[in-house]
Design a protein. Structure first.
Length: 387
């Protein structure tokens, strides 16, 4: 039996990045002595008031269909939060709710481009981006980064052509933690205006940035910018799948039509809990920022004494890239060998692009005792490799 070409596009290179991670999860469930630092799931519980609201709504029978775009009070809360963060005046009819930022990115990709088009994204990128951006039949074009993992804007300009429809990025970036700054955004805005490009800004980690916000083009280019976000990282709500996109009204109408086909609305009790989460966003984001700042310093200190490893301090987020080239291994080889020898699961840097193929990504938002033990095992592994 034959399948559609879509199946090849959605099972590309990014899917292989998770093989070791899922192997480690399965071992953990069996009770094996493994440590999983390969996924961004913070070591925090969802705020109690959010959980209580969901339980209250469940008991009240809030288990029926909800509007595809999201309930008005939730879209109003998202619009207020987006306006406060970006400076863009935002109405609720510019907001569409999705099952997490990943789902919102998928929807944006389908609405903006198709066969014969090109969409650009900045390297390094999250492993799901290739499949997400090419699901529509469009071709993804990688924009290289500088040695400091910042966007190579000269290359970006040269790669734009008449087929280019959109530019996707994440700020803060996953895996580097790089935040696009105002001068970079100014140059990108000029290119977007000149070539009539859509911009999709994935800001799921924005609440983890030092000020709780990142520079944005949403207010400057309101008819060209789509912003994607969620409560997953800021509120430790990864499993709740509460995300959204904010964009021009016409984009929102198309996205809502797609949501009708894909989801037919998020569960009502989750939407009500999300309203509570947004009302307490300042405290929740401060909590995760403080946790990540402390964990980042802890990991930096622990890795500093391992000569074969060079850590790259992120500007924000819950991940750290570590250069493993001094071990004589590339990122994939290091990931596999470390897991097989010590039971520590990290992510191969090549999953994010060629520029990070000699790195691994470590999530440091774990319990101190787990983080410390993982570093002891990495030190032991490197000492054996050196010997």
């Amino acid at each position: 039996m034959r399948f559609s070409e879509l199946t090849a596009r959605i099972s590309g290179e990014g899917a292989d990045a998770w093989v070791t991670h899922y192997e480690a999860l399965a071992a953990l469930e069996r009770g094996a002595d493994v440590i999983v630092l390969s996924v961004g799931d913070p070591d925090l519980d969802t705020p109690k008031e959010v959980v209580e609201r969901a339980v209250e709504q469940l008991r009240a029978g809030d288990t029926h269909y909800a509007p595809a775009a999201g309930r008005l009070p939730l879209r109003q809360a998202i619009a207020r939060a987006h306006e406060a963060r970006s400076g863009q005046h935002t109405d609720p009819d510019q907001v569409v709710c999705f099952a997490g930022a990943q789902n919102a990115l998928f929807a944006a990709s389908l609405c903006l481009a198709g066969p014969g088009d090109e969409v650009m994204t900045l390297e390094p990128m999250y492993p799901t981006y290739p499949a997400t951006l090419e699901v529509s039949g469009a071709r993804m074009v990688r924009v290289p980064s500088t040695s400091a993992f910042r966007p190579d804007l000269e290359s970006l300009e040269k790669l734009i052509n008449p087929r280019t429809r959109a530019l996707f990025w994440a700020t803060p970036n996953n895996p580097t933690g790089v935040i696009l700054d105002e001068p970079e955004l100014e140059r990108i805005a000029a290119l977007a205006q000149r070539h009539e490009l859509w911009i999709v800004s994935d800001e799921v980690y924005a609440g983890l940035a030092p000020s709780g916000r990142v520079p944005s083009l949403a207010a400057r280019l309101p008819e060209q910018v789509i912003t994607v976000s969620s409560l997953s990282k800021s509120h430790a709500m990864t499993g709740w799948r509460a995300g959204w996109l904010v964009g021009p009204r016409e984009v929102a109408r198309h996205a809502e039509a797609l949501a009708m086909c894909m989801l037919f609305g998020l569960p009502g009790f989750i939407q009500e809990a999300a309203i509570v989460a947004l009302a307490n966003a300042a405290a929740a984001e401060r909590r995760i920022r403080e946790l990540c700042q402390r964990k980042c310093q802890r990991l930096l200190g622990a890795l500093d004494g391992i000569p074969q490893l060079r850590a790259v301090k992120p500007q924000a987020g819950m991940f750290m890239l570590v250069d493993v080239s001094a071990t004589g291994l590339n990122g994939y080889q290091f990931m596999r060998a470390l897991y097989e020898a010590e039971g520590v699961s990290v992510l191969d840097g090549a999953a994010f692009g060629k520029c990070t193929q000699h790195y691994v990504r470590i999530c440091f938002a774990a319990e101190d005792v787990i983080l410390d033990e993982a570093c002891r095992r990495m030190r032991r592994f490197c000492e054996r490799a050196a010997a």
